[in-house]
Design a protein around this ligand. Structure first.
Ligand code: ATP
Ligand code: MG
Length: 233
């Protein structure tokens, strides 16, 4: 049982937010912290996370790819459908903590608010993709847009999404902000509970905030606590 969460099933956690806010940075750090706590952590990113999904990802992020918004939405959903069945469901069944870099909320923000596809259509497509799986918690990293785009630009290599104009990114950011409201969450139960996390400051500071936001969401690992107590005795 070493490393497994002792409760009956695993947890699905999602990191969200616009370009350059630090999702992937925190995905690595929060994953490492949960692993150090003794959890069985499966960290995957969207789009991708499977062999088929990684090929879809390459197409979706290719600056040269001409994609109709609807084709884009269906490709993201195809990648998600594969990820849920191949990776997420089996990991949750064995009690793992699954940490995803982007999930359903990104679809609503980018293909919905960004590209203008009606949310009911996205909801229908993604009900098939997620197979009804609802995240236990989605953390939205919040950073003023110019600051986030500076971080993304400093990293270099703009992909197809990052090449969109400022108005597009502002619509995406507004959608993430709206998802923090309880009324929005009540109207979108398929997204599950959403919490905002201040993404300013050092990576360490942001990791600490993420971990606080996950208190009570990830079960305490009984094995790891016992091992810790034994080593202190
Ligand atoms: N707290 C931080 N302070 C300063 N720089 C940071 C911080 N967090 C991340 N960065 C840097 O900012 C850049 C963007 O971070 P990261 O790739 O994690 O963002 P992202 O949200 O995953 O972006 P994308 O949406 O493009 O995938 C990287 O170069 C990263 O090293
Ligand atoms: Mg990233």
């Amino acid at each position: 049982m070493t490393g497994a969460v002792r409760e009956g099933r695993g947890r699905l956690l999602v990191l969200e937010g616009g370009e350059g806010v630090g999702k992937t940075t925190q995905w690595e750090r929060v994953g490492a912290a949960l692993r150090a706590d003794g959890h069985d952590v499966v960290a995957v990113r969207e789009p991708g996370g499977t062999a088929a999904g990684d090929r879809v990802r390459a197409l979706l992020l290719d600056p040269e790819a001409a994609l109709a918004p609807e084709a884009e939405a269906l490709l993201f959903a195809a990648s998600r459908a594969q990820l849920v069945r191949e990776v997420v469901r089996p990991a949750l069944a064995r009690g793992a903590v699954v940490l995803v870099d982007r999930f359903l909320l990104s679809t609503y923000a980018y293909q919905g608010a960004g590209r203008g596809i009606p949310v009911p259509a996205l909801r229908a497509i993604n009900a098939v993709a997620t197979d009804g799986l609802v995240p236990d918690r989605t953390l939205v990293l919040r950073l003023p847009l110019p600051h986030a785009l500076d971080r993304a630009r400093a990293r270099g290599g703009a992909d197809r999404m990052e090449r969109e104009d400022l108005a597009f990114h502002a619509r995406v950011e507004a959608a993430f902000a709206e998802a923090l409201h309880p009324a929005w969450q009540a109207a979108h139960p398929e997204v599950g509970p959403v919490t905002g996390v201040d993404a300013s400051g050092t990576p360490d500071e942001v990791t600490a905030r993420c971990r606080r936001a996950l208190e009570g969401v990830v079960p305490v690992n009984v094995d790891a606590m016992a091992a810790g107590a034994a080593s202190r005795a």
